[in-house]
Design a protein around this ligand. Structure first.
Ligand code: SF4
Length: 360
């Protein structure tokens, strides 16, 4: 079973209006004390025994504010196996060809750019700090720096959204050589600036669903196969780190608000950077991982849930009532089921929460 290490970087240059991730705006870099705190927590977990991570993921926040030499120390501390996937999320305005070369030298081999839209007016509405031209330049710089595994994020159903805006954004990202694309529907989070002051022109839920299904089609036509609700890849470029989450593997998350699941036990650090820096943010135990988690996570993936695995790992099989529901889902185009594997179609993935509520 694979093991992943996640480093949360809770610093951003400014706060995007839709964002409720745990991060603080106004940062120009990640302070050295923060890297020291991550290293301290990793050492406390590992007890000096090499972790042999299969994946390392720098998420945030804005990990591209982390000095490359600090990224190198954090990668080394995770003692990655040869061939490990090492991802850094980056904002297009916070990288140069030189910093990207330095990240590669540090061991990063996968870069993920938050592009969101190819329209500058939309980027301003979202409160993003970059422009479309900067996004193009960031992809070009990453390729010049030697990255071949590059991902781009797209947000769907944005204010006054149109299929043309999606097409332009897909063209920007695919035309820039991305091997992987994440496409998310905008969700208005209560704790975000949009939650306090919703923007004009938001599509309704039916319209948003249409944009999602349109995106799935266009991404497939462009050679990006869907493998998870919001993730699409050229063959062989599926994100290995996130697949550890969805396949119920073990992962260690370090940093305020970072979650872990190791040996079936879940825990997280409180969302308090100051306490984390002082070494006063002990991980909080958060229960265990069970059969229902496995079913829910596997049904995020287009490969679906194998009943053989469900039985082998958890001793579970479907009840007659569940089988009747699955029959209805199949008849209405929400699921595929051949008696062994249950998988949701794109239409089913869109309403996954309601399907799970009924199924469980
Ligand atoms: S979306 Fe990303 S860059 Fe923007 S505030 Fe949130 S974490 Fe920072």
């Amino acid at each position: 079973m694979s093991f992943g290490v996640y480093y949360h970087i809770p610093y951003c240059a400014s706060k995007c209006r839709y964002c409720d991730f745990y991060s603080r705006g106004g940062a120009r870099t990640v302070p050295p004390e923060y890297t020291a705190a991550l290293l301290r927590e990793l050492a406390a977990f590992s007890g000096g025994v090499p972790l042999h991570a299969d994946t390392v993921y720098f998420g945030g926040g804005t990990p591209s504010l982390l000095p490359p030499r600090d990224a190198a120390r954090l990668i080394e501390a995770a003692s990655p196996r040869p061939g490990a996937e090492i991802t850094l999320e980056a904002n297009p305005d916070s990288v140069t060809e030189q910093t990207l070369r330095d990240y590669r030298a540090a061991g990063v081999n996968r870069i993920s750019f938050g592009v969101q839209s190819a329209r500058d007016s939309q980027l301003r509405t979202l409160g993003r700090a970059h422009t479309a031209a900067q996004a193009r330049a960031a992809f070009a710089a990453a390729q010049k720096a030697g990255f071949t595994n590059i991902s781009g994020d797209i947000m769907l159903a944005l204010p006054h959204y149109s299929r043309a805006e999606f097409d332009e954004t897909l063209a920007l990202i695919a035309g820039s050589g991305a091997a992987h694309i994440s496409a998310y529907l905008l969700k208005i989070e209560a704790a975000s600036a949009f939650g306090r002051h919703p923007p004009d022109g938001l599509p309704g839920s039916d319209e948003a669903a249409d944009f999602y299904l349109y995106a799935v089609d266009r991404l497939a036509a462009a050679g990006y196969a869907q493998y998870e609700i919001s993730n699409f890849a050229r063959p062989g470029f599926e994100g290995r780190h996130n697949l550890i989450y969805w396949n119920c593997g073990d992962y260690l998350g370090l940093g305020p608000a970072a979650h872990s699941c190791v040996g079936g036990r879940r825990f997280y650090y409180p969302a308090d950077t100051a306490a984390f820096l002082r070494g006063e943010a002990a991980p909080v135990m958060d229960g265990g991982c069970g059969a229902e988690d496995f079913l829910m996570l596997q049904l995020r993936l287009t490969k679906g849930l194998s009943l053989t695995e469900y039985r082998r790992q958890w001793g579970r099989s479907f009840t007659p009532a569940q089988l009747a529901l699955i029959g209805q889902l199949k008849a209405h185009g929400y699921a595929r089921f051949d008696g062994e594997t249950l998988a949701l179609t794109p239409a089913g993935l869109l309403v996954q929460n309601s399907i799970l509520a009924e199924l469980l």
